[in-house]
Design a protein around this ligand. Sequence first.
Ligand SMILES: CC(C)(COP(=O)(O)OP(=O)(O)OC[C@H]1O[C@@H](n2cnc3c(N)ncnc32)[C@H](O)[C@@H]1OP(=O)(O)O)[C@@H](O)C(=O)NCCC(=O)NCCS
Length: 206
Amino acid sequence: MKKLIIRTETSDDYAIVENLTREAFWNVYRPGCVEHYVLHCLRSLPEFIPQLSLVAEAEGLILGHIMYSRASITCDDGSCLPIVIFGPLSVAPEHQRRGIGSALVRHSLALAKSLGCGAVAITGSSAYYGRFGFIPSQSKGIFYDGLPRSEPTPFFMVKELTVGYLAGVTGTYADPPGYFVRDEDVDAFDARFPLKEKLKLPGQLA
Ligand SMILES: CC(C)(COP(=O)(O)OP(=O)(O)OC[C@H]1O[C@@H](n2cnc3c(N)ncnc32)[C@H](O)[C@@H]1OP(=O)(O)O)[C@@H](O)C(=O)NCCC(=O)NCCS
């Protein structure tokens, strides 16, 4: 692969990145996918962090994308601790397993740290995100909203960017409202893209 460049996404990239996200997620976690619409909606929210919406490009082609949003932990003492979250994270299917996703995660984490973000939370595969230093959030006293605190939630992970940022904190994290979309809105948005077949496949979550 030619030299990979990671740069800030611009509004000129939006349509390409939405299509890339759709290609990356299609039929992976459910028949079809919602992530291209989630991404589309998140960009309009105040939580969206444009400086941390990054594309990975080689020879002028966008092969991957990551975006971050502001979020918070509702602490048991009644205070609110700002953190950031990322996702969707997408790599074009034909370019996966070549280090592009890892490059986007590592680059964006360093950039987030330089921007002063104290901690990052992610829901996803511990096998994948563990390699970047994410640890189960429960070990830091951060729990996933709506689930019993005693229930293991290995899919919900956190990483401090400022050492000690989560020290002494106990609280709950809830996905921001922008992560929840209505199926009918997804279908209406999806109709703007080339037709793709939705398939029910083994291993999907929904
Ligand atoms: C997940 C994704 C971003 C990884 O990007 P990538 O460029 O393919 O990943 P990298 O080349 O940096 O890393 C490859 C490694 O990640 C692992 N990996 C990739 N996707 C994974 C997943 N969903 N769960 C666990 N491990 C995964 C591979 O098995 C490989 O492991 P190895 O190094 O031990 O062989 C990409 O596969 C993708 O776009 N997937 C579809 C959308 C998605 O699931 N996004 C993340 C949602 S949380």
